[in-house]
Write a protein that binds this ligand. Structure first.
Ligand SMILES: *Cc1c(COP(=O)(O)O)cnc(C)c1O
Length: 297
């Protein structure tokens, strides 16, 4: 099996951004460019998948996602890079009869076999009987199963390295959250006195419990200092507003960085809002983790 090597350019160092929305309050903004970690398998998806693919040890890797899932694309790309067969279980039986959207088409181009399931089956996919039935129907009984969003104990450990790379570099390290696996690991890897701040992109208020569970499963108990600010989901996953779009475009122009819209735009918007509220004391160094890049690129 080939190995997945992370490029370290941009990665561990991060990039300072002069942005007067921060500097006039005595704050410094560091962009941690995890989007540059690997040309095809980017950001937190690399950190989460690399240890899982090693554990799969050549077996078919099966995972789950919605029609526009970054995680499905990343898994397909990883399978392609490593020569591992991949199966994507996609939410929405009705999608099976339609032309593939660009995200799913990319998965297929990277060699992923897609298996569509109805929404009720998808909802119950972690229950052993439903999972067994899905594996059978997909012809993948022996597959190595990676959960939706890729968040399991190995993934959380992989994201711990993100925290370790940022030790001593910032007071607050902020990341956008979907399933919370990245934040769970990041918080564990940071040093004393550093705090992780999560900005959930889904509506719900359940993420704090999920993160506690992931840390318990991975480390046997809570690790690191972290908190969530649940105000910046803009209506839920993949929802946006003209204001958020305008913010993201403006950020791209100011800083010459492409802003991924599902997660990173909401994180950066939240940080600017918090700075304007005076939420951070003067002198605070804030690192924003750029966990991904726009698709299609
Ligand atoms: C998947 C993803 C996240 C969310 O990661 P979780 O570990 O599920 O919280 C954040 N940003 C980007 C760009 C992603 O693709």
């Amino acid at each position: 099996m080939r190995h997945l090597q992370a490029e370290t350019f941009g990665g561990p160092r991060g990039e300072w951004r002069l942005d007067e929305r921060f500097t006039r309050r005595g704050l410094r903004l560091l962009l941690k460019r995890d989007d540059l970690i690997h040309p095809e398998l980017i950001g937190n998806k690399w950190r989460k998948l690399a240890p899982n693919l090693a554990a799969a040890a050549g077996r078919t890797v099966l995972t789950f996602g919605g029609a526009y899932s970054n995680h499905l694309r990343a898994t397909a790309a990883a399978g392609h890079l490593l020569g591992l067969p991949t199966v994507g279980v996609v939410r929405g039986q009705e999608l099976a009869d339609r032309p593939l959207n660009p995200s799913l088409a990319r998965c297929v181009a990277d060699g992923m076999r897609l298996h569509f399931v109805d929404r009720s089956t998808y909802r119950h996919k972690t229950e052993p009987r439903t999972l067994a039935a899905v594996l059978r129907a997909a012809g993948a009984q022996d597959a190595y199963v990676v959960p939706e969003g890729g968040s399991n104990a190995l993934a959380v450990r992989g994201c711990g390295e993100l925290g370790e790379e940022l030790r001593g570099k910032a007071d607050v390290v902020a990341v956008a959250c979907g399933t919370g696996g990245t934040l769970a690991g990041l918080a564990a890897g940071l040093g004393p006195g550093q705090q992780a701040l999560g900005v959930p992109v889904l509506k719900g208020g359940f993420l704090g419990d999920d993160i506690r569970h992931l840390q318990a499963e991975t480390f046997g108990g809570p690790r690191g200092e972290w908190r969530l600010d649940e105000r910046f989901h803009f209506g839920g996953y993949a929802r946006t507003t003209p204001e958020l779009d305008a913010f993201a475009e403006d950020f791209e122009e100011r800083h010459g960085v492409r802003v991924e819209r599902l997660y990173v735009a909401k994180l950066l918007y939240g940080l600017v809002a918090l700075a304007e509220e005076g939420a951070f004391p003067r002198g605070t160094v804030i690192a924003a983790v750029v966990t991904g890049a726009p698709f299609p690129g």
